[in-house]
Design a protein around this ligand. Structure first.
Ligand code: HSE
Length: 327
């Protein structure tokens, strides 16, 4: 292990997909990379590359460090000092699973560093415990569309291969929204009618995605469990969810806890520019600047490369992934 370096590429994710609150997730073609090795100097160090990461801790209070130590503890090995680098294109606190991707990256990297003694299922369980829900971590770990259930101790999941014509357009507002705040907006009870509404839509959505029935998505991507309560936190959201289909979207949802909005689009749609303009102008009307990105569902989960370090440092993380990053 002393001479080993691992690099893990982890996809971003969108959670809920509308009705599947804390249950459905899909991996997206936007990535974070984590590089980890046992420290050769006897000291733990962190390097961050990417926007908004300057403020992250560089000592052992760091999430990546703590997550890696959970793996070592579970496997019964000691690796107290690490060299960690991270580059991320996934914007922080915007509803694209940045914290889930960091957790999965650190779990997978730490596990690979010690010869992968823990199964993916075990890593999924640890990640779900850390996040409190399985939707983002499941998508980042397994890739594709992941349907999962968590009862506080067991996590079960099934994967769906995304349809080849399924694309997404995300509008990422220029403000952050903490998941905790967005969860705080939710009621503690729901009416039976709303519960039935969501069971129906979420089930229909899973069946439509599994069966490649893209035309059903617009009827299925509706929600009465969380989006109506979160709408006040994201001005323009209600109009976007209501009218996106008029601009050619297959359906639209709040991405995770927001504030990012996501539209599902048929790759063959001729209305892509109109949809993008609609999303941007609706948010602009509310005084919200937003970046739009066309992303594909990512069919792969976290991918690991293990390298033997034969003396010297080798390439830095940004040098190594140049050409793969967004910027
Ligand atoms: N399912 C979660 C939520 C995803 O909507 O709060 C956010 O991380």
């Amino acid at each position: 292990m002393k001479n080993r370096k691992v690099i893990v590429k982890v996809p971003a994710s969108t959670a809920n997909l509308g009705p599947g609150f804390d249950t459905l997730g899909m991996a997206l073609s936007l990535y974070a990379w984590i590089e980890m090795s046992e420290s050769g100097t006897g000291e733990t160090t962190f390097e961050y590359y990417g926007e908004g990461m300057d403020g992250l801790p560089r000592d052992k209070s760091n999430l990546l460090y703590k997550v890696a130590q959970l793996v070592f503890e579970e496997a019964g090995v000691r690796v107290p000092e690490l060299t960690v680098s991270m580059y991320s294109d996934i914007p922080l606190t915007r509803g694209l699973g940045s914290s889930a991707s960091a957790i999965i990256g650190a779990l997978v990297a730490a596990n690979a560093l010690i010869g992968s003694p823990l199964s993916k299922e075990k890593l999924f369980k640890i990640a779900t415990e850390l996040e409190g829900h399985p939707d983002n971590v499941g998508a980042s770990l397994f890739g594709g569309i992941v349907v999962s259930a968590w009862d506080g101790s067991e996590a079960h999941y099934a994967r769906i291969e995304p349809h080849e014509r399924l694309k997404t357009l995300v509008a990422i507002p220029a403000f952050e929204l903490a998941t905790e705040k967005a969860r705080h907006a939710l009621p503690s009870t729901l009416s039976m009618a709303d519960a039935v509404f969501n069971v129906g839509r979420s089930s229909l959505l899973v069946a439509a995605l599994a069966g490649g029935e893209l035309g059903l998505i617009r009827h299925a991507m509706k929600d009465r469990l969380h989006q109506p309560y979160r709408a006040a936190l994201i001005p323009g959201m209600a109009e976007i969810l209501e009218r996106a289909a008029d601009f050619g979207a297959l359906g639209a949802a709040l991405s995770g806890a927001g504030p990012t909005l996501i539209a599902f689009v048929d790759a063959a749609s001729g209305e892509k520019t109109a949809l993008e303009e609609f999303l941007k102008s609706t948010l602009a009307k509310e005084g919200i600047e937003a970046e739009t990105l066309w992303l594909s569902p990512c069919p792969h989960g976290a991918e690991v490369t293990v390298e033997e370090i034969a003396g010297g440092e080798g390439l830095s993380l940004p040098e190594r992934i140049k050409g793969e990053v967004k910027a």
